[in-house]
Write a protein that binds this ligand. Structure first.
Ligand SMILES: [Fe+2]
Length: 209
């Protein structure tokens, strides 16, 4: 079971392909990360609850019976080329419960009990409701939400976790170690009535040709 994704940290943040001397009209292109496909993730395609084409853009990961504060996360998947919404992108998210545990997932699966898959429509949007996760019991990491992205006809890849700005261990050290895969994963949470809400757009990564 993946525990924290920490092995994915420490990669030097990529510089843009063009420097300060590039003509103003030139478009900076993101580099292709040499370790973009940095995990054995292909098995995920075998775990969809049905056909990938039938996945919804908006799901419930944890229902009302799950202990914890209610949380709603949403965002858009955006093309690295033009920033436009990307359709047909599968977003897989999972996180701990209020005790900081992943335990209790379906037999034979690698990840958390609290998890789900979404697939973006033409507007590029994904959304899920769940409960607000807690840090691991050993308090080694902030509370976080893992994400794996699967674009059409591409291999899946990790992006930076969502963590909550201003909370436990979301500090300068954490920021320094960020890889910015899929863009910035540090998001503010705001409480509306009884629900924590947050937004994270996903900047899709550039793939090898
Ligand atoms: Fe984790």
């Amino acid at each position: 079971m993946d525990t924290d994704g920490s092995s994915r940290r420490g990669v030097i943040l990529g510089g843009l392909a063009l420097g300060l001397t590039a003509p103003a009209c030139a478009q900076a292109q993101p580099r292709i990360r040499p370790d973009l496909y940095n995990g054995e993730l292909d098995y995920l395609s075998k775990e969809f609850p049905g056909r990938a084409e039938d996945l919804s853009a908006s799901i419930t990961i944890a229902g009302a019976s799950e202990p914890g504060e209610r949380m709603a996360i949403s965002g858009r998947c955006l093309s690295w080329q033009d920033g436009k919404p990307a359709a047909g992108v599968i977003v897989y998210a999972y996180h701990t419960d209020t005790t900081g545990s992943y335990a209790g997932g379906p037999r034979g699966t690698r990840h958390a009990r609290l998890r789900g898959w979404m697939r973006t429509g033409a507007d590029g949007r994904y959304a899920f409701t769940s409960i607000k996760p807690a840090p691991y019991p050993d308090r080694t990491m902030p509370a976080h939400i893992h994400f794996i992205v699967l674009e059409p006809n591409r291999r899946p890849y990790w992006i930076d976790d969502i963590v909550f700005n201003g909370e436990f261990k979301v500090d300068a050290t954490y920021r320094t170690a960020m890889e910015l895969r899929g863009g910035d994963g540090i998001i503010p949470l705001r409480k509306t009535n009884t629900i924590w809400t947050g937004a994270r757009d996903i900047k899709l990564e550039r793939h090898p040709a």
